[in-house]
Design a protein around this ligand. Structure first.
Ligand code: ATP
Ligand code: MN
Length: 515
């Protein structure tokens, strides 16, 4: 008789529901320690981590010897019983009965000791397996799912823009150029799908674009990639207020969704959870002009002054520098104690390493904060915000803040002018707290044909290539709005990682094209 049972894979993430059962799990050795009669194998299978306990009594000598011989990242299949253990991440562990080996891994290049980022980036194809990197990319995946759900549940159609384009949407300075069949024909890698989203919105009403975009950003910053993903909804018949309402509803939804579904990942990342606890408060909406006054310290919010808070932060961090320096001296002294036992020595050494990492962090802050203060105090209204200015604005709030009504000159040509104040446009940026900065940029779009033509000329953009876009104002033009969320910026913010290169599997940025 032919068997009708399907072959299924039991994954680590299923184990909490299988307490008491004997299961087979495939995976890799993330960690191992062993003594005479017992070995602890930390198994990872991509869905999570589980501690496996191998005892010579339960397994027999031969299989136990295999457990002891495992190297880091060896690939194995184990059989064991799921037992509860509150101390473990998923609340369970495995008592092993059996093991077989797919491959004993060669000496793994990524050891536990701290490696430089360059080394890790060169080994990105392996670094992806590390606990923290795994957690970040799991959050990325959840966020992507949540974003699609949010828009699909609300009747938005995903209609992606082309990646090869003939025109430059956000100015010409950061364009990647490539040949388009004939040598004399140039194509640019898309910097934004927005103009195309406006066209599809006139066909489908509510649309979104969710794909890669490219910017040849030569400056090396912790928040710029050359290739990053953007989510760009575009809504017919939405004005700026409706746009801001949607941004707020959207950001709350995705943050709550990640909080509910990524508990293990956030705990691995040691993410400060106050972000998730505060997120359901109303997002303040302030004009660019008010924001300028917060930056320079002219305006308080609920008795909070950005400059004063920076000064307090500086005093705090300076105290921490002193404290940590003293603790380092203390620990170094302990290490020189004659006849120190191995266990004690290891304890003090790892304490020392950790203190030194902390000290570097505090010293960096102690150097940075005075620069933020200087830069904030001398901010010239009319300019775009840099990182210190965004930090100043967000410092006085607990939740993301929307800055709207921007000076026309520093925003894109397609933003609608403010009716009774034509030097301003109906743009909005959403700034995330804790220094993560601008994560959303949006606007109500200009509908006046002549104003757009003037804008294109003013920015020296090639008119012929925008003719199709101008058609949208010639045939059934309607008020409409949209925004763009920088996907990796959002991943950075939610995971709390300090560099955007860790938020995408294989990052591309100035100086990095491999692996
Ligand atoms: P910034 O001032 O931070 O360089 P921008 O104003 O040039 O950003 P927009 O053109 O408004 O950015 O793009 C929309 C969103 O895309 C931004 O809010 C940001 O979240 C994200 N973003 C922009 N440039 C990059 C980049 N090089 N790498 C990753 N994300 C980016
Ligand atoms: Mn922007």
């Amino acid at each position: 008789m032919v068997s009708t049972s399907k072959k299924t894979l039991t994954r680590v993430s299923h184990l909490p529901e299988l307490i008491g059962q004997t299961v087979e799990v495939n995976g890799w050795v993330a960690n191992k320690r062993s003594s005479g009669k017992v070995a602890f194998i930390e198994l990872r299978d991509g869905s999570g981590y589980v501690q496996c306990i191998a005892e010579i009594q339960a397994m027999g000598e031969e299989k136990f010897a295999i457990c002891k011989s495992l190297t880091l990242e060896s690939s194995i299949k184990i059989k064991g019983t799921v037992v509860p253990n509150e101390k473990q991440l998923g609340g369970v562990e495995l008592q092993l009965n059996d093991i077989s080996v797919y491959q004993i891994a060669e000496e793994y290049p990524i050891a536990k000791k701290a490696h430089g980022v360059d080394f890790l980036m060169n080994k990105r194809h392996l670094w992806l397996r590390s606990r923290k990197q795994w957690a970040v990319l799991r959050v990325r995946n959840q966020l992507m799912y949540a974003i699609h759900n949010f828009f699909q549940e609300r009747g938005f159609a995903q209609l992606d823009a082309p990646l090869l384009t003939g025109n430059a949407c956000e100015g010409t300075t950061t364009l990647f150029e490539t040949e388009f069949y004939k040598e004399d024909s140039v194509a640019y890698l898309s910097q934004s799908g927005q103009l195309y989203a406006e066209a599809t919105a006139m066909a489908h009403g509510l649309v979104y674009n969710f794909g890669p975009t490219f910017r040849a950003e030569r400056s090396v910053t912790p928040r710029h990639l050359s290739e990053f993903w953007m989510i760009e909804p575009e809504m017919a018949f939405y004005d700026l207020d409706m746009d801001m309402d949607l941004i707020e509803e959207f950001v709350k939804y995705i943050v709550n969704n990640v909080y509910e579904n990524c508990k293990v990942e956030l705990s691995i990342l040691e993410r400060d959870l106050s972000l998730f606890e505060n997120i359901n408060e109303a997002f303040p909406r302030i004009t660019y002009e008010e924001a300028c006054k917060i930056i320079t310290g002219e305006k308080d919010i609920d008795g909070k002054n950005a400059i004063t808070l920076f000064e307090q932060d500086l005093a705090e961090v300076q105290a921490k520098v002193a404290e940590t320096t003293a603790a380092i001296a203390e620990t170094e002294k302990e290490l020189t104690t004659p006849g120190l036992k191995k266990g004690k020595r290891n304890y003090f050494q790892s304490k020392l390493d950790k203190l030194k990492v902390d000290l570097k962090k505090y010293q960096a802050s102690a150097e940075e904060i005075p620069q933020w203060i200087a830069s904030a105090k001398s901010f010239p209204p009319g300019e775009d915000f840099g990182s210190p200015h965004e930090r100043a604005i967000t410092r006085v709030f607990n939740v993301p803040v929307m800055v709207y009504k921007w000076p026309k000159d520093i925003k894109a040509f397609y933003m609608k002018r403010w009716e009774d104040d034509p030097n301003y446009v109906k743009g909005v940026d959403l700034l995330a707290p804790e220094g993560f900065g601008e994560i959303v940029g949006g606007s109500e779009r200009e509908t006046d044909l002549q104003a757009l033509i003037d804008g294109i000329n003013h920015h020296n953009l090639p008119m012929a290539e925008f003719e199709w876009y101008l058609d949208l104002r010639r045939y059934g033009s309607v008020p409409h709005s949209g925004f763009g969320l920088g996907f990796e910026r959002a991943v950075m913010w939610l995971t709390g990682v300090q560099h955007i290169r860790e938020t995408i599997p294989f990052p591309r940025y100035y100086g990095r094209l491999f692996p």
